[in-house]
Design a protein around this ligand. Structure first.
Ligand code: FAD
Ligand code: NAP
Length: 339
């Protein structure tokens, strides 16, 4: 047995909100055998299993009566290279942003818009991470997962993952699949996505008229560093609410009453509303009660000033949801995974 099990471990260092709850059992997986050992252990002891990566999309609301398995597997390999297009495979525990930088350093583009997202490669498919007009589904080439029900390895294609807006099959499968490694189709030919407002503007401000993928990555890092709190300094889990999709008629009605409403028509006829705008318009920006608050620059981000509990953060989120529903008749859905 190589898996090192520890009892009663504080999860404070393992979640970006910095919430201090304990795991009944805690272990790190460094290879597939460790994951299999963890599965065997929880089966034998009839324990739940919670697999985590960087803990940057979690809200932990109580002690976790389970084995918490942190994916710490490493490895990046080139599976295919035809001179232009490449397929790269990365182990689940690889930290996401350093992985993105390593692909850019090789001259492979595709992940530049997803720069500086915290967390791990293995968690990226969970909510089809997205930023600045790109989602991982746009460069996804498959993944390998371990089925907790059968103990078998299973390959997933793009279609099988059922990716949606911050959504996938895995988000709804209640921990059935442990994602072991993910494959990405990248390219030496750069097809840059600059259509998302601030990116093109930032490049222009820097005097860059013919950007490379590296330039786009650096521009996005600079924008993110200005707007988003660093979890190492101020606990948070990024955007706490998804941008709601509403029927076009409802968006039009809202716009009549609130001309400043930020909205984006979608190809399916629905309209995406900027949840951050709704929360700010309702007066929550910068709100603080004890150590739970709404970030002063980015109202989509709930923050922990130090000692907030998961319950306090959840209570604040519910108050905001109720207020937005009452004011705008719009239901906000939480994005982080609640445990
Ligand atoms: P965790 O928080 O550890 O886990 C998230 C979920 O995935 C949990 O349900 C967990 O059980 C499950 N999980 C984790 N690893 C595995 C695995 N190997 N197999 C099976 N299940 C697994 N998200 C975006 O989409 N776009 C952004 O731009 C973005 N920006 C952010 C900025 C900040 C400052 C922060 C704090 C967060 C941001 N996020 C963003 C959210 C978060 O970074 C991503 O969702 C990220 O992919 C979470 O990775 P993680 O390893 O930290 O996952
Ligand atoms: P922003 O640029 O202030 O824009 C506000 C919202 O408007 C965003 O949520 C975005 O939706 C939407 N938007 C802006 N330009 C758009 C366009 N051209 N087409 C369609 N929708 C557009 O957003 P931000 O908060 O600074 O975040 C920048 C990007 O990073 C966003 O893509 C955001 O999703 C991502 N991000 C995500 C998290 C997270 O935790 N999930 C945290 C930080 C940043 P989308 O969110 O759908 O893109």
């Amino acid at each position: 047995m190589t898996l090192q099990l520890q009892a009663g471990v504080s999860l404070k260092p393992y979640n970006s909100f910095g919430v201090d709850v304990r795991a009944q059992w805690f272990a790190e997986a460094h290879d597939d055998d460790d994951v299999r050992e963890a599965l065997a252990y929880v089966a034998e002891h009839r324990l739940p299993l919670l697999v985590i990566g960087g803990g940057s999309n979690l809200l932990l609301t109580a002690d976790i009566q389970a084995l918490v398995l942190r994916m710490a597997t490493r490895g990046i390999r080139l599976l295919h290279d035809d001179g232009v297009n490449v397929v790269i495979e990365a182990e689940a525990g690889e930290p996401w942003h350093p992985f993105v930088l390593s692909t850019l350093a090789q001259g492979w583009s595709g992940l530049e818009n997803l720069s500086l997202i915290p967390g791990t490669v293995g968690a990226a498919p969970m909510q089809n991470i997205g930023a600045y007009g790109v989602e991982i589904k746009d460069v996804f080439a498959g993944l390998t997962a371990l089925d907790r029900e059968t103990g078998e390895l299973r390959e997933f294609s793009l279609q099988e993952c059922q990716f949606g807006y911050r959504d996938s099959l895995f988000k709804h499968a209640a921990g059935r699949w442990v994602i072991l490694r993910v494959r990405f189709a990248l390219s030496r030919a750069e097809h840059l996505h600059l259509g998302y407002g601030p990116v093109a503007q930032r490049l222009a401000e820097q005097g860059i008229s013919q950007p490379t993928a590296g330039d786009v990555s650096r521009a996005i890092c600079s924008i993110r560093n200005e707007k988003l709190p660093d979890p190492a300094v101020l606990g948070n889990a990024g955007s706490f609410f998804k941008n709601p999709l509403v029927p076009a008629a409802q968006a039009a009605e809202l716009k009549q009453v609130h001309p400043g409403l930020v909205s984006y028509p979608q190809p399916d006829g629905q309209v995406k509303l900027a949840a951050g705008w709704l929360i700010e318009a309702a007066g929550w920006k910068g709100f603080r009660e004890e150590d739970a608050g709404v970030h002063r620059l980015q109202s989509l981000v709930l923050v922990n000033y130090g000692t907030a509990s998961g319950q306090q953060l959840l209570a604040l989120a519910r108050r905001i949801q109720a207020d937005i529903l009452q004011r705008f008749s719009v239901a906000l859905e939480m994005e982080p995974n609640l445990y």
